[in-house]
Ligand binder design. Structure first.
Ligand SMILES: Nc1ncnc2c1ncn2[C@@H]1O[C@H](COP(=O)(O)OP(=O)(O)O)[C@@H](O)[C@H]1O
Ligand SMILES: [Mg+2]
Length: 247
C-alpha cells in the first residue's frame, strides 16, 4: 500500500525570535488519516511550529505545504480558503461566554460566510454536538459547563467546518487525567468518523501512548527522531529517556 503524498509536509523549517533560535531545520510529514504527535518539552517550539503551519507566523527559512499548497506562497484570500480545511484546538481557543453553546457553534459558519440555511445549520449543530456527546447542552452557556465539557464544545466548534486536518495544541493540558483521557478518546473517535489527519502537540506521554500513530520528538529545534510509542519506550536515546523519567 502506498501512503500517497503527505497532507502536511514541513522541510527545513527555521524560526528565530532575535537570538532565540526556536526551530532549526525541522522536518515533518503527515499522511492522510494519520495521528502524528509532536512531543517536546515546554518552550521547545511546539506552538511556534503549529502557528507556522497555519500561516500565523512566517518562517525564516524552509517550506511548508498543506494539502498540496505552499502555505507561505499564498495570498490572504487563498490562505483563508485553506484555513477553512484546517481545524485547530488551541489552549487559548476559548468559547464566547455571552453566547449559548449553539451560538458558539454557529459562529465559524458565519465567520467564514458559509451560506447554510437555518435547517442545515441546525442539523450541523446537532451532528457535531452528538459527535462530542453533548447534545443536551445546546441551549446552555459556557459558564454552566465543566472544563472538560468546554473543551469538547471547542472541538465541536472546529468540527462544524468539516476540516480535513486537525491540529491540537496541548489538548489535555489543564484537565484532570480522567477528563484528559476522555478528550484523547474523543480525538480518536473523531479521526475515525471524519477520517481527518491530525497533528497533536503535547508533552503528555499518556497522549502519545493512547493517540499517536507516530511520534516525532522535537528537540533543540529539530525532529530528533520518530517512532511509535513502543519504539520510544524501548529506546536508549538519552533525549527520549528524559521523557520517561516518571515511568
Ligand atoms: N511571538 C513570539 N515572539 C517572541 N518569542 C516567541 C514568540 N512565540 C514564541 N516565542 C518563543 O519561542 C519559544 C518556543 O515557544 P512555544 O512554541 O510557545 O513553546 P511550546 O513548545 O511550549 O509550545 C519560547 O522560547 C518562546 O518564548
Ligand atoms: Mg505551546
Amino acid at each position: 500500500m502506498t501512503k500517497g503524498d503527505p497532507v502536511i509536509s514541513v522541510r527545513g523549517l527555521c524560526k528565530s525570535f532575535g537570538e532565540n533560535h526556536v526551530l532549526r531545520d525541522f522536518d515533518l510529514d503527515v499522511f492522510r488519516g494519520e495521528n502524528v504527535m509532536v512531543l517536546g518539552k515546554s518552550g521547545s517550539g511546539k506552538s511556534v511550529l503549529i502557528k507556522c503551519i497555519v500561516g500565523l507566523l512566517t518562517p525564516d527559512k524552509g517550506r511548508i505545504t498543506v494539502l498540496g499548497q505552499e502555505v507561505h506562497a499564498l495570498d490572504q484570500q487563498e490562505l483563508d480558503r485553506l484555513r477553512v480545511k484546517i481545524g485547530f484546538l488551541f489552549q487559548s481557543s476559548a468559547l464566547y461566554d455571552s453566547m449559548t453553546v449553539e451560538e458558539n457553534l454557529e459562529f465559524p459558519l458565519r465567520r467564514h460566510w458559509m451560506s447554510t440555511s437555518k435547517g442545515e445549520t441546525d442539523a450541523l449543530v446537532d451532528e457535531v454536538l452528538t459527535a462530542v456527546g453533548l447534545a443536551h447542552t445546546r441551549k446552555m452557556y459556557p459558564s454552566e459547563l465543566s472544563g472538560g465539557m468546554r473543551r469538547r464544545i471547542g472541538l465541536a466548534r472546529t468540527l462544524i467546518l468539516k476540516p480535513e486536518i486537525m491540529l491540537y495544541d496541548e489538548p489535555t493540558t489543564g484537565l484532570d487525567p480522567i477528563t484528559g483521557k476522555e478528550i484523547v478518546e474523543l480525538i480518536l473517535q473523531l479521526q475515525r468518523t471524519y477520517n481527518t489527519s491530525s497533528i497533536i502537540i503535547s508533552h503528555d506521554l499518556n497522549v502519545a501512548k493512547l493517540a499517536a500513530d507516530r511520534i516525532a520528538l522535537l528537540y533543540e529545534g529539530r525532529n530528533h527522531l520518530e517512532g511509535t510509542y513502543q519504539e520510544l519506550l524501548a529506546s536508549t536515546d538519552p533525549v527520549v529517556r528524559q521523557f520517561f523519567i516518571f515511568m
